[in-house]
Design a protein around this ligand. Sequence first.
Ligand code: GMT
Length: 420
Amino acid sequence: MEAGDCEGRLPPLFCQALFPRCQISDVRMTVYRHLTSNIRHPPCMNIGITVYPTYGGSGIVGSELGKELAARGHTVHFISSSLPTRLTELNERVRFHEVEMMSYPLFEHQPYTLALATKMATVAETENLDLLHVHYAIPHSISGILARESLKPKRYLPVITTLHGTDITLVGADRSYLPITRYALEQSDGVTAISNYLKQATSETFHFDRIEVIPNFVCPDDYKPKLDCDLRQTLAPDDAPIMVHVSNFRPVKRPIDCVEILARVLKQTDTRLVMVGDGSERPSAMHRAKVLGVYDKCVFVGKQPNIVDYLCASDLLLLPSEQESFGLAALEAMAVQVPVIASRVGGVPEVVDDGETGFLSAVGDVDKMADDAVKLLTNPELRREMGKRARESAIARYRTDIVIPQYIEFYNHVLTKKGT
Ligand code: GMT
């Protein structure tokens, strides 16, 4: 039996034989390292990953990356304030360490950055971490760097920072955070960004360009079109076509534009709008739907664990964001053959090919977005063709077995650099 399948994942039986459900002993790990020393994937690493556990795409990417690394034989230690929402299962190679914070009346705000740094250093020591990989620079990079410095007398713990978007374009660029964000970039042992656009934006704002672009990714097996979709029937019992929006409803996502688009589309053809997610803009979006008289044509379903089901039930995705450094939601929709209607911002044009796999418009141009939506909703053939191309494009460029090895290679590069 080959030790690694075509994705470089370890086959389940092989893993089971090596790691029965108990703690991996050092002996077993040594045997594993020996057995795998001359096969394609590098020796397994102990990787610390820090993400925001509940909010946004950076947490999803960090969590999914951890699971993919574990599936390839590495051990991943999530260090975070709570269990990341995408981590549904912990096991011997996917572990979780909660950041503990003492509350004290003097603290107006809890110093989470320090508590996180402490936990990172502790876990690095007890679990013998090879490196720390933090997602979203603020404040995770700074905590990582503090942890590394505090451990320096004993050992060197490389810190890799992945930039996701507003940590550079919005929060990091604000004068209250800019100098410390630049310091975080300069001090990190390696920096990755999720799109060429974000690398360029980082270079312009921070004059820092030692950045490896490693894009968001999607698993083609988890994200594939579903033929029988009960959810579609539930969301639109009258069989109307469905437009879906998936986000954390922050102002930057402009969810109110989706309702504006719905009102315009309904003047030309019947449709339903399904709003998946929650956040500060949700009440305003609901209010706008009532004002426009389209509230009965939309459904706000809140946060959902199975985004893929909602995407599969839909005919197109609306992503009218003000800023989007990649657009993970667009990639996930494309993977299940759903074309995307999005703003032409940030890294979105790297992902969505205008006129081929979706339609792009200027931010706020809800008239054009509505016209494009009508084109798709009234032409099933066009929808099918674009959807097919969308999946092909998503899988060809961003499937897990292309992107995850890029992270592993980058880890090895950083570790080798530090070892010399
Ligand atoms: O930058 C952010 O707003 C944070 C981040 C998040 O946690 O929501 O979103 C970004 O990261 C995603 C995953 O890498 C990207 O796909 C999103 O495009 C990006 N969001 C923005 O740039 C607004």
